[in-house]
Design a binder for this molecule. Structure first.
Ligand SMILES: [Zn+2]
Length: 113
């Protein structure tokens, strides 16, 4: 939860889906984030969250003074999916559903069958 607070301070939460978040963590924080890595994008309400070792923390990352955590927010790559509003590099890859991400294209296809 502390990690999430830091992210909130750094205005990660509140940013729309048009962002991706790079997290740099070490020690216990890294272990904690790894355990919940599949839920991070949902928790942060962004299109993607990537976890990196603290040693890779980029110059533009905001570092926490209290623990081994740094956060960097950048614009998400790719196009916006019309259905889920997530940015995804493969939107349009499906010829039947040119404005959807692969996951939504799949869902829509199954729904119609
Ligand atoms: Zn989608």
């Amino acid at each position: 939860m502390k990690a999430l607070e830091v992210a909130r301070q750094n205005k990660v939460i509140g940013n729309a889906l048009e962002a991706k978040v790079d997290l740099y963590a070490g020690g216990e924080v890294e272990e904690f984030l790894k355990e919940m890595s599949s839920e991070l994008a949902t928790i942060f309400i962004v299109s993607g969250v990537e976890l990196h070792p603290m040693s890779e923390a980029a110059a533009g990352a905001s570092k926490s003074e209290e623990m081994e955590l740094a956060v960097k927010v950048s614009p998400a790559g790719g196009e916006k999916c019309e259905r889920c509003w997530m940015y995804h590099s493969e939107v349009g890859a499906d010829s039947d559903h040119g404005s959807l991400c692969p996951r939504c294209a799949d869902v829509v296809r199954k729904h119609h069958c």
